[in-house]
Write a protein that binds this ligand. Structure first.
Ligand SMILES: [Zn+2]
Length: 378
């Protein structure tokens, strides 16, 4: 859910790069067009996925006679301040610290409320929050105090325009916006936070993923293994779960949360790899991701997901395979498709050209590893 058509267009406009240096040489281990393009895309946004990331949290007052059809026709309003919301976001901070291997930490601070008039749209809330934000703020998280209708999206997020250093949200327009639903009294101060984590993912320039390439742009979020798809998957299994599933290895790598040493690349031939589950702390050496180029714009990614922590809902460890296709000018536009979401030991996947076999999968002292063999037909 999460990103409706018109905001997608707005986000892309905001992210259009002027004077971007496509001729720039990218340092790294990978000398393929697809990876170079992804690294350049990433570099347009500087270090937005690293370090302390300052976010202002802003409640937007929606008038009871609002004409924006995104809102439920109801007089009920959220009775929380921006500071109250900040107090409920601790698990979101923990989630990103965990998945970034301690390299990224959103810092939420409460800012003054904003409001819109009856004939203004919800997006105006975000414009006002950006206008009042201080220079050091890199993103605004706006929560409407009215719920969206059941058929409307829960919210949206965008990375804003390119930015190398002084990434003030006032200039980049980086923002996340959500309706009030997840913070209503029904949740008794224990809100689900997966939607915010998903939208924060967009603010890190992450794209959606889906189980079918045909699903792109159709609002189908059907992969349970990625925060950027069915973010509510953990809650569907365990109603007490509050966080989204974890991040995909390709997003972690492009965010700078994995190092080159954690990623292997195979262009031809046959090779065996030992992969360590992506939720393993970096103090444990080893590969987290294997990438196989298909052509100038597409790679296959292979990783191991451990069914623990944020991915407990998956019930068993597995190897997962995605097709990652560069599209457009932002990471946001990459097309990430599940090729196999549950490949177990003894099984293999093949498209006729690339064959991936899982030879062994072992969990010892909560460390999950898998031996795989990748064969590329010549
Ligand atoms: Zn989304």
């Amino acid at each position: 859910m999460k990103l409706f058509g018109s905001m997608f267009a707005v986000a892309l406009t905001a992210a259009t790069i002027t004077g971007c240096s496509h001729e720039q040489q990218v340092t790294g281990n990978f000398d393929t067009e697809a990876m170079n393009t992804m690294m350049q895309t990433k570099s347009q946004f500087g270090d937005i996925a690293l370090g302390a990331d300052l976010w202002e949290v802003v409640i937007c007052q929606i008038p009871r006679d609002t004409t924006d059809s995104i809102f439920e026709p109801s007089d009920e309003r959220l009775n929380l301040s921006s500071a109250d919301i900040v107090n409920e976001l601790g698990p979101v901070v923990d989630y990103f610290v965990r998945w970034s291997n301690g390299r990224y930490s959103p810092k939420f601070t409460a800012a003054k409320e904003v409001s819109i008039s009856a004939d203004e749209k919800s997006d105006v809330c975000v414009d006002r929050a950006l206008d009042q934000s201080v220079n050091s703020t890199r993103g605004v998280l706006v929560i409407a105090n009215a719920q969206h209708t059941e058929t409307a999206v829960g919210g949206w997020g965008r990375p804003g325009s390119s930015c190398a250093e002084s990434c003030s949200a006032r200039l980049t327009h980086r923002a996340v916006y959500i309706g009030a639903s997840d913070f209503m009294p029904y949740w008794k101060g224990n809100p689900p936070l997966d939607l915010i984590e998903h939208e924060m993912g967009h603010a890190l320039d992450w794209p959606h993923s889906s189980t079918s390439v045909d699903n792109f742009g159709n609002g189908v979020y059907d992969s349970d293994i990625d925060v950027m798809s069915n973010s509510a998957a953990p809650r569907d299994i365990n109603s007490d779960a509050r966080n989204a599933p974890g991040a995909l290895g390709i997003n972690m790598y492009l965010a700078g949360w994995l190092d080159g040493i954690n990623v292997a690349f195979l262009e031809n031939g046959t090779k065996s790899f030992e992969l360590v589950a992506t939720n393993t702390e970096l103090v444990v050496d080893g590969l987290r991701l294997v990438l196989v180029p298909l052509n100038n714009s597409t790679v296959i990614s292979i990783e191991v997901i451990g069914a623990s922590g944020d991915n407990r809902h998956l019930l068993h460890d597995r190897v997962v395979i995605h097709q990652i296709e560069v599209a457009g000018e932002t990471g946001f536009e990459r097309r990430q498709t599940v090729l196999d979401a549950d490949l177990l030991a003894g099984k293999s996947w093949s498209d006729g050209k690339v064959e991936i076999k899982v030879k062994q999968e072992v969990t010892t002292n909560s460390l999950t590893t898998a031996k795989i063999e990748v064969r590329i037909a010549s």
